[in-house]
Each structure stands twice: as C-alpha cells, then as structure tokens.
Design a protein around this ligand. Structure first.
Ligand SMILES: Nc1nc2c(ncn2[C@@H]2O[C@H](COP(=O)(O)OP(=O)(O)O)[C@@H](O)[C@H]2O)c(=O)[nH]1
Ligand SMILES: [Mg+2]
Length: 321
C-alpha cells in the first residue's frame, strides 16, 4: 500500500476555527439568508412554500435545486405546524448536507515518488494565484515538497505575484519571461519536478474567458504537453471559481467542464457577498468534487470543503461533530 496524505483529517482544532470564520463571513454572517423563524406555528402550505422558494432563489439557488430543498424540508418537517425554529433550521441543515455530501471528496495526494500535477484553471480574478499560494503553504506544512509553475505568462505581474508566494513559502518557482508559451513553462516545471523528487506541482494558467475557443484550446495544449512527461498528468484539473458571481459561476463551471473535463473545484470569495447558494446548485448539477473553499485573502482563509460544516454555516446551526 502506498502512503497517502489525507489532508481532510488534519488538525481538528484548526478546522473548528475555520468553521467559525466561515460562519461569520458567509454572506456576512447570514448564511443562506433564508429566514425560518416565521415558520413557527405554520404548516408548509402553498403560500409558505412559495415564500420559501422566493427566499432560496434570492440566495442564488437555481430553480431545480430550490424545488429539491423544499421537498427535503417538507419531508423532514411533516404535515403539522412547525413547532420551533431550531427544528426548522436543523431540517434545513440536513437537507442541504444531503445535496452537498456527494461532492465532498477531498483531494488526496499520493506519495509515490512522482510529482502530482495540479493545474489551476479559471477566469481572471477568480483567485487562482492566491489559491496556489495558500495550497503551497498548506502542502508544505504537511511535509510535501512543492514546486510552482508560472503558467500565466500573459502579464508580468502574474509571474511576479506567483514568485512572491514562492519566496514567502520558501518554495521554488519555475518561470519564463512574459509572453512565453504557457505549455512550455509547465513542461519545464514538470521536468524540474521529476529531477528534484518534488511531490506536488501547482501550475498557474492564464485567466481566460471561457467563451474564447482559442484560449480553451491553449488549456488543452497544456494538458497534452504535461502528459508527454507523465501519461497520468495533470492529475488534477482544478477550476477556481469566484462564488460571489452567483448564477454566472454556474455557467462558467459548466463550460470549463465541457472544455477540459474538470476533476475538482475550489470556490473562493465566499466572504465576498456571495450567498453560498451557488455551491448548492453546482453540487446538484455537476458531478465534480468540491476540494477547497476560500473565505479571504490570507493563507489561513482556505480549508478542505466539508459538506456538513458548510450546510451548518448556511443553515445557521451549530458546528457539526
Ligand atoms: N475576499 C477574498 N478575496 C480573494 C479570495 N481569493 C482571492 N482573492 C482576491 O482576489 C483577487 C484576485 O486573485 P488572484 O489570485 O490574483 O486571481 P487570478 O487572476 O485567478 O490568479 C486578489 O486581490 C485576491 O487577493 C477570497 O477567498 N476572498
Ligand atoms: Mg493569477
């Protein structure tokens, strides 16, 4: 059996701290923003259901997912009048957890002597470079040897930003001059990683618009070139998605998935006014694991996605476990 690093089970105290930050920051402490107190003493009749549906739609939950949530609430709360608000919140938490749980598949990095290549994909400003910095720190703390590849060659600033994260975390960075071929940079990086017995390569890519066919083709080229050095690489094609974009984030994810076949999603900016409903819709619509969530710009503002934790933060219930 090969040794594995399961990063999801790390540091229970740190994870409890992250839950508190998530709860405070998610939609400014309002979670999904669905009020439930008014349900007390009422049955889930048509007018009540219609009001709940409106609230869910406002919270960035898509129509089909809204119907699924309402059905879950009906099933849990039954036909009688709702007895108390805490019970309603728990019913909501359980319903949301049921939707999110199938997506909670943490990234497991095998320690098999081969560099594990993570390609970071997403539009400009979604948080790719920042997430690379956060993950570099995290993986290093887990004892992994990390290397960064400056595959966003469009802007000098993007290369410098990655180099700054490398310096801060004492992690090597493979870069070329601005305008260089992104696939060539990542090829170099993988070659260097193989020579230096690196465990993880975090490869940045340019923030391309998902509707530009040429840019999607370039991503496909990066994938192809990486697989020349290791047929199994890239091992992770991770979409970095700005969760504050609402329904727009859904169409981005769908298009990237069609273009490159995503193997993971990291959601950023859950502190940025987004209501979190995007994750519910994505979980319902797309069979791609959620890996990490980000709630701020600091390295500590990133953690492994935990379905029960996220459902509790959305529903305003206590920390699970
Ligand atoms: N509030 C907040 N800002 C973030 C988060 N992740 C990234 N950012 C910020 O978003 C901006 C764009 O991030 P960057 O990593 O450069 O995006 P990239 O273009 O995809 O590489 C930067 O100002 C980051 O500090 C997050 O989880 N929360
Ligand atoms: Mg960047």
């Amino acid at each position: 059996m090969r040794a594995m690093t399961d990063l999801s089970t790390a540091r229970p105290a740190a994870r409890a701290g992250f839950f508190e930050r998530l709860k405070q920051k998610l939609n400014r402490g309002l979670g999904l923003g669905v009020a439930l107190d008014w349900l007390v003493g009422r049955k889930l009749d048509e007018s009540v259901i219609a009001e709940l549906e409106d609230q869910l739609l406002i919270a960035d939950v898509g129509i089909e997912t809204t119907e699924r949530i309402v059905a879950g609430l009906r099933r849990r709360l039954g036909r009688d009048a709702v007895a108390d608000a805490a019970g309603a919140r728990t019913a909501l938490q359980q319903t949301l957890a049921e939707i999110l749980r199938p997506r909670a598949q943490p990234l497991v990095i095998p320690r098999d002597g081969r560099p594990f290549v993570i390609l970071m994909i997403g539009v400009n400003g979604s948080g790719k470079t920042t997430t690379i910095g956060k993950l570099a720190r995290r993986y290093r703390a887990e004892g992994l040897k990390v290397l960064l590849a400056a595959g966003d060659t469009y802007r000098a600033a993007a290369i410098e930003q990655l180099q700054a994260w490398g310096t801060r975390n004492d992690v090597p960075v493979v870069a070329q001059q601005p305008g260089a071929d992104s696939a060539a940079v990542i090829f170099d990086a993988l070659q260097a990683a193989q020579a230096r017995a690196i465990d993880v390569v975090l490869a940045d890519t340019a923030g391309r618009l998902q509707n530009q066919a040429g840019l999607m083709q370039e991503l496909a080229k990066v994938v192809r070139v990486a697989s020349r050095l290791d047929p199994t690489a890239p091992h992770e094609k991770m979409l970095v998605l700005d969760a504050s974009l609402g329904q727009n984030a859904i169409s981005q994810a769908v298009q990237f998935h069609q273009a490159v076949g995503l193997t993971g999603i990291t959601m950023t900016k859950l502190d940025g006014g987004g209501k979190g409903g995007v994750l519910l819709t994505l979980a319902d619509r797309l069979d791609v694991p959620f890996r990490y969530i980000g709630v701020g710009e600091d390295a500590a503002d990133l953690d492994v996605f935990d379905a029960d934790q996220f459902a509790a933060a959305l529903a305003g219930t206590a920390a699970p476990r």
